[in-house]
Design a protein around this ligand. Structure first.
Ligand SMILES: O=c1ccn([C@@H]2O[C@H](COP(=O)(O)OP(=O)(O)O[C@H]3O[C@H](CO)[C@@H](O)[C@H](O)[C@H]3O)[C@@H](O)[C@H]2O)c(=O)[nH]1
Length: 381
């Protein structure tokens, strides 16, 4: 990965320069600003040398990003010091297990940590700083960040059909790769009772230990509740034939290698999402009002899980054993809490409302997007 990123960083700025110059020298649409992924801070230099404004787009939450900033500034000490509980700048009290995993152990992934703290290397020159979040979700943190940079919260960036439904079935979203299972999952869910199904998925990268897969499988058998479990092709070999056959006989679960997650989460039969708490999965569940069981492993996931449990109170986070495994008894306990706790369900419904409010007329993200568009269309900058 490191080599690929470096290759990209060497090759792309020059091509981008060329593209912009061609556009400036006679293209019909005159560029004014580069909106770039915040992990590519060099794009701001490309913008600068071509006389354009620049705006990074952060895809992780304001809270997670602020932790990387504080770490960069030396205000968040790693190692033993981080074991002390932290309560900074509007963040909840964080223990070491709640921090993004690269922070307490900077030597483990220096390259990735470098990319993440590098997001702040030239932020003072950005015209706007976009975040895929909305004000009510992280109000204090957004406020604190906005006191330092020109922050515009513009999230959640979910397809309209899953939020305000202004665009009914947006066929342009998602990859075709998602489509084959789309109808299978929906038809299967249609036959289940409201809020009865457990949806289990760990995103696009997670590689689970064999024992962890066994614990999940045994927990699902024990719960005897309908489930959809996304097990990516590369992980399928970790499912025992005994589990697959038993499941086939009982008809309890649907195991798929990928699904249209938004469609699944939006279905009324889904009552609980067992998730690794990747930022997209977390935001999608928040916006669709689905309570979560957090099983974070890596990167920003522990911090997202902390927010799910203690800040938004829309789920619970599993405790791992001394080997980092979530045992079946613990997973079962968490799933039962999430399926049965009415307060968690009410909170999830409330956050869903906030998301909708944010993107509707007068909402924070709606207003910010309008502000940006009108600044672009009425000025030269
Ligand atoms: O069957 C599936 C499974 C997942 N998804 C989608 O895949 C995305 C998964 O994204 P995310 O939840 O962020 O997880 P990862 O793919 O694991 O993302 C990596 O990148 C994220 C962004 O930096 C980090 O927050 C995560 O910790 C990191 O693991 C989501 O949009 C899901 O809707 C599907 O559509 N179908």
């Amino acid at each position: 990965m490191e080599a690929k990123v470096k290759q990209f960083q060497e090759a792309v700025p020059g091509s981008l320069d060329e593209l912009i110059r061609r556009q400036l020298d006679g293209g019909q649409a005159q560029p004014k600003i580069i909106v770039y992924d915040s992990l590519l801070p060099w794009a701001l230099d490309v913008a600068d040398r071509n006389g354009l404004a620049a705006a990074p787009f952060f895809t992780q939450t304001c809270s997670v990003s602020s932790i990387y900033y504080l770490f960069r500034e030396g205000k968040l000490t790693a190692g033993e010091e981080a074991e002390k509980e932290l309560c900074l700048y509007g963040l909840p009290r964080l223990e070491e297990r709640d921090l993004p995993t690269f922070v307490p152990d900077p030597e483990a992934s220096p390259f990735l940590l470098g990319l993440l703290v590098g997001q702040f290397s030239n932020l003072e020159r950005a015209a706007y700083v976009f975040f895929n979040t909305f004000d009510k979700l992280e109000d204090q943190m957004v406020e604190w960040m906005a006191s330092k940079w020109p922050i515009l919260t513009v999230g959640p960036t979910l397809p309209s059909m899953h939020l305000d439904k202004c665009i009914e079935d947006d066929k342009s979203y998602g990859l075709n790769l998602f489509k084959p299972n789309r109808q299978t999952c929906l038809d299967w869910l249609d036959k289940r009772q409201a809020r009865s199904v457990i949806y289990v998925s760990f995103g696009s990268l997670a590689v689970l230990e064999q024992q962890q897969m066994n614990e999940i499988a045994e927990c699902l058998e024990k719960l005897h509740t309908h489930f959809i479990w996304v097990v990516r092709e590369t992980e399928m070999g970790k499912l025992s034939s005994q589990f697959m056959e038993g499941n086939l006989k009982s008809g309890l679960g649907l195991v798929v290698t990928w699904c249209d997650q938004l469609d699944v989460l939006a279905h009324e039969s889904v009552g609980c999402f067992v998730t690794h708490c990747g930022c997209n999965s977390t935001l999608e569940a928040l916006c669709l009002g689905v309570p979560m069981v957090g099983m974070p492993k890596w990167s920003d996931q522990p911090t997202n899980a902390k927010f799910v449990e203690d800040v938004w109170r829309v789920g619970v986070r599993c405790r791992e054993d001394e080997n980092g495994i979530v045992r079946k008894v613990e997973l079962e306990r968490c799933v039962r809490v999430v399926l049965e706790d009415e307060e968690i369900r009410r909170n999830a419904a409330r956050v869903k409302e906030w998301a909708l409010e944010a993107i509707q007329d007068g909402g924070s993200s709606h207003t910010n997007i309008n502000k940006f568009v009108s600044a672009l269309t009425t000025s030269d900058a």
